[in-house]
Each structure stands twice: as structure tokens, then as C-alpha cells.
Design a protein around this ligand. Structure first.
Ligand SMILES: Cc1cc2nc3c(=O)[nH]c(=O)nc-3n(C[C@H](O)[C@H](O)[C@H](O)COP(=O)(O)OP(=O)(O)OC[C@H]3O[C@@H](n4cnc5c(N)ncnc54)[C@H](O)[C@@H]3O)c2cc1C
Length: 457
């Protein structure tokens, strides 16, 4: 195939620019999944407007060149890996918050807005954007939409999909489509918004979004932190809370292997991370204090060894920070592969026991944190940096883990997406006709197969 003309691509851009700098392109062969693509991309387009994205996609269709949309590259499934000969469509410069409406409770944003920047801007206007992935200080809203990202408070507020009212998407052939609505309700036509959310850049490029905001709570949050002998013991708390009718807004679990890593690498003097496992709960609204009391009672009933309840914002930040720092501490132990799957709430304890079995049988250190309210587990598999990118025994342990999660009635990913990491198990969950429908949707929107090829399917 003749070399695609980059001068024609550059000439078509309104304000954006292209880069062919080898060191920059080399960086984009990877993301936080720490896998590396098969070769160097052709160039990167730094889009500054929807018109730049339209021009890029028209050019890519004309010359049949693969395009890989990229936000901040914090993805944990390898969705943003730029393959050999592709164009990286970098969206970080499209970072305007076009509208924030208190009365309509919404924001209109460009894809490159950093998640925490929207949360901050909303907060200043008395509003709340609740999706708070651990990467919020770096990840972009475009990336969050493309992966249907979750976070700590999704137990109460739902994931990104639950906040997206409408989208502006550039299709692979450069056509611009607007989906959804900016009203509180709306069911006109097929749910195209839902289709694009979580499609990991394989169906089109998100260039704008209308996001639902809530009015900010006026009452201080209450936070509960409890130490348990094991994560399995703590896993009973969500079930007890459901039975008691106690509804926290956050419920996070840090297992004993992760607590040990925090203690070892941070020399933390925090008594709650001295040993055992840690459960963090939070409640919001007028009843925050009463809900926290209900959480404390449930924790004590199932065997918590120590419980702290606070409404002090500084202490709250300190406690939630323990959970935020968990992955960093585990990364000191070696190279990591972070996993993400969900089991039914009633099987959380059983899955945690299975993870211990898998760690023993495959001889791998596995440290687990979980969004316990949703039974969304993130086991981190740790191995020697001197080993290959992902050694066979790590793949074998991951295989055992995903098959176990599916056997327990679970699903392969709760928030990180499929990317390249989980492709091999997709058919096990979707089945033959489910896979056929996925391929048919992909073909209908991307007949040339140029939109982030090799991801998901
Ligand atoms: C320390 C850490 C903590 C994390 N915690 C969480 C967590 O709590 N919850 C969670 O869900 N995730 C978490 N993640 C994973 C990651 O941050 C999310 O997947 C995030 O949504 C990725 O955003 P990004 O801007 O970095 O996207 P990228 O990594 O750049 O891209 C991710 C995918 O989205 C596609 N994409 C990006 N922008 C667009 C666009 N505008 N249009 C179409 N496709 C696009 C890419 O092609 C790729 O497939 C964490 C990651 C790290 C490193």
C-alpha cells in the first residue's frame, strides 16, 4: 500500500496539528495496562476541534488508515494502544466545559476535560459530578465515556453511562451524529448514546457530551472505616447492610495482601492498616450520621476488630486516601496486571476465597481491592519485572480467575473495558449469537474496520 499522504492530513486540519516525533509516538504504543503494541504509529493528530476530528476521519476513510482515539492513556485494558501504521487521535486539547447549568443540572463538555476538573467546576457551582475513578486527576471524560468508567461512588450514583444524557460522535467516515437529549427524560429512537458509551473507541470518536449533574448535598458526609481479620469476613457487610435497609454511597474493600503492601512500602502508622483487611464506607445526605451508625453496627456484628466513624473532612480524606494509594503500594512489589470483574453480591466472599486458591495454585502474589457495594473486584497480579511482558503463568491465573467469576454468575469487566486484555474471554461470556451481533454492529458503523481495530473484537 502506498504511504498515506500526511501533508494532505495536516492541510485538512482547522487548528490542530500533527506530530511524527518518534519519541512521542513510541510513548503511545502503550497505556497503563503496560502492554505494548505491534509497532510504531504513523503519526498523531492533536485535535483542537470537532472539525479536526471530522477531517481526520474523512482522510482515514479515504486512505483506509486505522485511527486510535486517545484521552489520557490511563486505561487498564490496553484500549488506547496505538498499533503499527495507525493514526493516534489525541483529544486532550479539546478540554472546554462549554456549559454548566444549575437549573437543568447538566454540563456540556469536550472529550479532553479531565474528570476531576469537571467535578471541581461543578462543585463551585453547587453541583455534583459523582463518577470518581481512582485516576480522576488524570483521566479524561472522553476516555471515561469510551470505557464506561466507574469509581468509588458508583455504588450509589451509577457508572458513567448513568450520567450521559447525550453525545456528539464523529463516525469512522467523518459523519457527525448527535445522540440522546438534554432533558431529564427522553426515549426517542434507539439508545445510541448507550451504544457508544463503553464502545472503547471502536465505533466512533466522542467529541462532545451532555452529562447529568446533581445538586450538591448540603450536609457533611459521614465515613466509616473498619478493620477485619480477613477480606472474606468483611465481604458479609454489604449483605448485612442490604438486610438492614442501610444504604451507604460508597463501600470499598482493601484485602489483607494490599494492607500488607501499604504497611511495608509506606511505613504507615495508621492503626487501621496494621494488619487484616480494611472496609471503608461513606454516607451522604440528611441521614448521613444515622446511615454511618447502621454501617458501624453491621461491621461490629460481623466481627470488625476496630471501627472509626468520622464527619471530619480532613480525617475522611485521610481514610479514603488509603484506598487511593493501594495500587501504588502494590506496584512496589513487582510488575502488575490489574484485573476487573464483577460477581453477584452474594458471591463476593466466595470469589475472594477463590482468589486465594488461585494465588496459591499458580504461585502468584495477588492483592485485591474491591468496590464492595457492587462486588466489583480488582485483583492485581504481581510478577517479576525481569519476566516477559505477561508471563504464561500470569495468563493462566487470569484465565482461572475469569472462568471462576463467570461460573459464579459474574461478568468479565465492571469498568475497565475489554481492550486487548480480555478479548480472549469475550466469547465465553457473550456466546456465539452475542458475538455475531457485536460484529454486525461494528460492521454497520465501521465497514472498513479502521476505528481502533483489534480492540474488544
Ligand atoms: C491509578 C488508576 C486508577 C484507576 N481507577 C479506575 C476506577 O476507579 N474506575 C475506572 O473505571 N477506571 C479506573 N482506571 C482506568 C482508567 O483511568 C479509565 O479506564 C479511564 O476511563 C480512561 O480514561 P483516559 O482518558 O485515560 O482514556 P484512554 O486510556 O486514553 O483511553 C481508554 C479507551 O477509550 C478510548 N477513547 C478515549 N477517548 C475517546 C474519545 N474521545 N472517543 C472515543 N474513544 C475514546 C480509547 O481508544 C481507549 O479504547 C484507573 C487507572 C489508573 C491508572
Amino acid at each position: 500500500m502506498p504511504e498515506a499522504p500526511l501533508d494532505e492530513l495536516a492541510a485538512g486540519l482547522t487548528s490542530g496539528e500533527i506530530t511524527t516525533d518518534a519519541s512521542v509516538l513510541e510513548k503511545w504504543r502503550t497505556d497503563e495496562a503496560r502492554l505494548t503494541s505491534d509497532g510504531r504509529p504513523l503519526c498523531a493528530v492533536h485535535a483542537e476541534s470537532t472539525a479536526d476530528v471530522v477531517a481526520t476521519m474523512r482522510w482515514a476513510t479515504r486512505h483506509c488508515v486505522p485511527v486510535v482515539p486517545r484521552g489520557a492513556g490511563t486505561g487498564l485494558a490496553g484500549g488506547a494502544l496505538a498499533s503499527r501504521g495507525s493514526v493516534v487521535l489525541a483529544l486532550e486539547r479539546m478540554a472546554a466545559i462549554r456549559e454548566l447549568s444549575f437549573d437543568d443540572q447538566l454540563a456540556v463538555v469536550e472529550p479532553g476535560v479531565v474528570t476531576a476538573d469537571l467535578a471541581r467546576a461543578a462543585d463551585e457551582r453547587g453541583l455534583n459530578y459523582p463518577v470518581d475513578p481512582g485516576s480522576a486527576a488524570r483521566s479524561t471524560l472522553g476516555g471515561n465515556i469510551a470505557t464506561n468508567a466507574g469509581g468509588f461512588r458508583c455504588f450509589h450514583y451509577g457508572v458513567t453511562r448513568d450520567q450521559v444524557l447525550g453525545l456528539e460522535v464523529v463516525l469512522p467516515d467523518g459523519r457527525l451524529v448527535r445522540t440522546g437529549h438534554r432533558t431529564a427524560k427522553g426515549v426517542t429512537g434507539y439508545d445510541l448514546t448507550g451504544l457508544f458509551v463503553g464502545s472503547e473507541g471502536t465505533l466512533g470518536v466522542v467529541t462532545g457530551a451532555v452529562l447529568r449533574l446533581r445538586h450538591k448535598e448540603r450536609w457533611p458526609r459521614a465515613t466509616v472505616a473498619a478493620r477485619f481479620p480477613t477480606a472474606v469476613a468483611a465481604a458479609r457487610v454489604p449483605l448485612e447492610l442490604a438486610r438492614d435497609g442501610v444504604r451507604p454511597s460508597l463501600l470499598e474493600l482493601v484485602d489483607e495482601v494490599t494492607v500488607r503492601a501499604l504497611r511495608t512500602w509506606e511505613q504507615s502508622s495508621e492503626p487501621l492498616v496494621s494488619e487484616g483487611a480494611l472496609l471503608l464506607g461513606q454516607s451522604e445526605g440528611e441521614d448521613a450520621g444515622r446511615t454511618a451508625d447502621g454501617m458501624r453496627r453491621a461491621c461490629e456484628r460481623v466481627g470488625a476488630e476496630a471501627v472509626v466513624v468520622t464527619q471530619d473532612p480532613v480525617e475522611t480524606d485521610h481514610l479514603l486516601d488509603i484506598r487511593r494509594r493501594a495500587l501504588g503500594a502494590v506496584e512496589h512489589e513487582g510488575r502488575t496486571m490489574v484485573e476487573d470483574f464483577v460477581v453477584p453480591r452474594s458471591r463476593l466472599g466466595e470469589m475472594l476465597l477463590e482468589i486465594r486458591r488461585i494465588a496459591d495454585e499458580h504461585g502468584i502474589l495477588i492483592a485485591t481491592v474491591a468496590h464492595a457495594g457492587d462486588a466489583n473486584l480488582h485483583p492485581t497480579l504481581v510478577f517479576d519485572p525481569a519476566e516477559p511482558e505477561i508471563p504464561d503463568r500470569v495468563w493462566a491465573a487470569a484465565d482461572d480467575m475469569f472462568r471462576t467469576a463467570l461460573r459464579l454468575g459474574g461478568t468479565l469487566t465492571g469498568e475497565h473495558g475489554v481492550g486487548v486484555l480480555k478479548k480472549r474471554w469475550l466469547g465465553d461470556e457473550l456466546g456465539e449469537s452475542g458475538m455475531q451481533v457485536h460484529h454486525a454492529v461494528k460492521k454497520a458503523l465501521d465497514p472498513l474496520g479502521i476505528m481502533n481495530p483489534g480492540k474488544i473484537l
